[in-house]
Write a protein of this length. Structure first.
Length: 447
């Protein structure tokens, strides 16, 4: 996702676009021609070598000598699989560099059948001059932790696939577990191990048992590996960079160490978001819109930006479907132990509001996915406020021990972004036996 940083062209600035590949790079310099807002290409170059990083400073120096030794130089390349190594290398050589968001690169209409590295470098240089947005470059420590956590997600996806393969294999041979209703409990895993060893009678042949045994070996290997990775993530959360922030976020209901580390490593710096709305928009939890003229149409969430943080927040929002308002679990109390009073008060305020929000949306006949997404959006705003210090413990909402479930509303369902819908208060309960007259209309209702 992009930030709001936009470059303004200056007459003493050289803009260099770079189309970076695995073993080659194409460069194009864009300089001011002398006329008002008129820029021209002055030099194009291509390096076909795996060590092209060492050749770029020489190209920059050549452009400076040809144009202006005192000119500022801004290099830019498109964000992608090449990562941020080139950015860090150029910055270490005192050459200003940015990583451009692919969605903000300007392209001319028509002539889309011609695409070359030289033209791509021109487009990047043109975008640097006429306005583009750059992505946030994380610190090396945050990038390393982010890669470690994404590796865990890959192992979880592989474990899920192996589980599905095992269940499909048993179903194909009409072998079913008759114990608990849920799969992958301790009893279910022990039953599968007995099938492999022959202790459990089944219709499996010797080769079928060998096949199942190979599946189970992979299952146990991935399970133990993920457990080892989780322990390592707990150790990383105690490092000076993450310790304080993790302790703050974990005070909010539904967020554990793994969720906190994922959010912190993916975002890296929360100060770059001026408001909570910008942060929720960054992770794609805001609704889209397709309006034209007097016609207004709201869409589902944009799903733009960081999908890892969005998935974690939606999963964490599921916990607000249960529990009484104002009641804390023993695990939550243990996580809040030792934290500042204002942090705990803010976390309790968030838990109370989000639980009320979930109840209010549920009794408005909203689907579970819409409800979880709406709660996840507010949860993201509370996390932003917790980490940037935009909270006040004196404004804490009163904690109510119990709330009577309201009756379902007969009114037309409100939009997902309606102000009435985001209210933490559940709808009021109507008195039994009282029916409103049809001739009486609410003056605030729109025709």
């Amino acid at each position: 996702m992009t930030e709001s940083n936009t470059f303004v062209p200056h007459s003493n600035t050289i803009y260099i676009g770079m189309d970076v590949h695995k073993a080659s790079v194409s460069l194009c310099a864009y300089v001011w021609s002398g006329n008002l807002d008129d820029y021209v290409y002055v030099e194009e170059k291509r390096f076909d070598s795996a060590d092209y990083q060492d050749m770029i400073p020489g190209y920059v120096q050549f452009i400076r000598e040809s144009y202006d030794l005192n000119a500022n130089v801004i290099c830019g390349y498109e964000a992608g699989c090449t990562g941020f190594s080139l950015y860090r290398y150029l910055m270490s050589k005192s050459i200003k560099c940015v990583v451009i968001a692919p969605s903000t690169i300007l392209e001319a209409k028509g002539n889309k059948k011609v695409k070359t590295d030289r033209l791509d470098a021109r487009k990047i240089a043109y975008s640097l001059v006429h306005g583009c947005k750059h992505v946030h470059v994380p610190s090396e420590e945050s990038e390393a932790v982010r890669g470690y956590l994404r590796m865990r997600e890959d192992h979880k996806a592989e474990l899920k696939r192996i589980k599905q393969e095992i269940l499909s294999f048993c179903l194909a041979h009409h072998v079913q577990f008759k114990g608990t209703k849920n799969d992958w409990t301790q009893a279910h895993i022990q039953w599968l191990d007995n099938l492999c060893s022959g202790k459990q009678e089944s219709l499996f042949s010797l080769l079928d048992r060998e096949t199942l045994n190979e599946y189970m070996m992979t299952f146990h290997y991935l399970t133990e590996r993920i457990e080892r990775i989780d322990n390592r993530i707990t150790e990383l959360s105690a490092t000076p960079k993450f310790e304080k922030s993790v302790k703050k976020i974990c005070c909010i209901k539904g967020i554990d160490v793994l969720s906190a580390m994922t959010i912190l490593s993916e975002i890296d710096d929360f100060q770059r978001f001026k408001t909570a709305e910008q942060f929720s928009s960054f992770i794609g939890l805001v609704p889209g819109e397709d309006s034209s003229g007097s016609k207004e149409k709201k869409l589902s969430i944009t799903k733009a930006g960081n999908r890892h943080v969005r998935r974690i927040l939606v999963e964490d929002a599921q916990c607000y479907s249960q529990g009484a308002i104002g009641k804390k679990s023993s695990k939550l109390k243990a996580r809040q132990k030792g934290c500042d009073a204002e942090v705990i008060a803010y976390a309790d305020k968030a838990s109370t509001r989000l639980r009320r929000r979930y109840i209010a949306l549920s009794f408005k006949n909203k689907s579970k996915n819409v409800t979880k997404t709406a709660v996840a959006r507010e949860l993201a705003c509370f996390i932003w406020g917790m980490l940037v210090g935009k909270f006040d413990a004196n404004k804490q909402e009163p904690v109510t021990p119990h709330v009577d479930p309201p009756q379902p509303s007969r009114e037309k369902p409100l939009s997902l972004v309606s102000k009435k819908e985001v209210s933490p208060e559940p709808p009021s309960r109507k008195k039994p036996g009282v029916r409103a007259s049809k001739s009486v209309k609410n003056k605030t209702d729109k025709p």
